[in-house]
Design a protein around this ligand. Structure first.
Ligand SMILES: Nc1ncnc2c1ncn2[C@@H]1O[C@H](COP(=O)(O)OP(=O)(O)OP(=O)(O)O)[C@@H](O)[C@H]1O
Length: 276
């Protein structure tokens, strides 16, 4: 069998007495899309930050195409090489984009850093086109763009680096539902056009349904369920996954049941009645 694109083994991280990530393992195949779902505080973001290299693990390792990603980059060349392995798109593009830099300049700066010998101009046009932004957006500052457009810029900037893995941390959570759908469609298209693999961090099972092949369900830092997305959503094995599913409004569902599930999820001690 060929080497997975990303493989994470036995990852753990504690903050004081809180075991934020507790023995988490998963693999992402080349060009695959894996969702990590869970309620607030389940350890999704900490897992993602360790994969990206923004947080260290107490135990476990992260491999990219079989090679261990060292906890820390030594020197500029290694830092750039690490950035080309994994890029991250955050929930709030307003915070992650420099408010004083136009879209065009932002993309050029990233391209110059990573590919100093290439002419950035055609690639900027290609990236804007790929994320569905016209050349008019190129001259704009972030504040002149809508939330959806800003997230398109953040995606373009991440893609500029030609990463092997794109980690999307609640990347559509701040957007209106219709804009969410547009960005999710865009991400699905990009996945067809490029070999990039996705790691989707989300509390939203609707997002997982749209854009992932496989899903991990986390609770209190541990993986409680993992499998093909279609199977997990259609026939969840773990009561916590059922609780997450119950909290998603769907046509014909009882609002009281949704409210009860949400209430249970928002309690830090949420304990589904029957453990699998
Ligand atoms: N830097 C930190 N210092 C202390 N505790 C932290 C830190 N980062 C995360 N935690 C704690 O670790 C646990 C997991 O947090 P994490 O952000 O990974 O969860 P999450 O599933 O992404 O939740 P959310 O969706 O609310 O962001 C939480 O209890 C959180 O308070």
């Amino acid at each position: 069998m060929s080497e997975p694109l990303l493989s994470v083994t036995g990852l753990s991280r504690a903050f004081g007495a809180v075991r934020a990530v507790d023995d988490v393992s998963f693999t992402l195949p080349e060009g695959g899309s894996l969702g990590i779902v869970g309620g607030s505080g389940s350890g999704k973001t900490t897992t993602a930050r360790i994969v990206v290299g923004l947080e260290r693990a107490d135990e476990g390792e992260v491999r990219l195409r079989g090679r261990v990603r060292p906890a820390r980059a030594r020197g500029r060349a290694e830092r750039l090489a690490r950035a080309r392995e994994v890029q991250m798109v955050f929930q709030d593009p307003y915070l992650s984009l420099d408010p004083r830099t136009t879209v065009d300049r932002m993309l050029r700066e990233t391209l110059r850093l990573h590919f100093p010998d290439r002419d950035p101009a055609p690639r900027v046009r290609e990236l804007l086109d790929q994320v569905g932004l016209g050349t008019r957006a190129a001259g704009a500052l972030p504040k002149a763009l809508s939330g959806g457009q800003r997230q398109r810029v953040a995606i373009a900037r991440a893609l500029a680096v030609e990463p092997a893995v794109l980690v999307l941390d609640e990347a559509v959570a701040a957007l209106d539902v219709s804009v969410q759908a547009q960005i999710l469609n865009l991400l699905a298209d990009i996945r067809e056009q490029t070999p990039v693999g996705y790691l989707f961090i989300t509390h939203d099972l609707g997002v997982v349904r749209c854009v992932t092949d496989e899903v991990l369900v986390m609770r209190h830092g541990r993986v409680v369920e993992a499998g093909a997305t279609a199977r997990v959503l259609a026939a969840p094995h773990h009561p916590y996954t059922r609780l997450l599913l119950d909290s998603v409004p769907r046509p014909g569902w009882n609002p009281a049941r949704i409210a009860a599930a949400r209430q249970e999820l928002s309690s830090p001690q949420a304990t589904p009645t029957q453990e699998a």
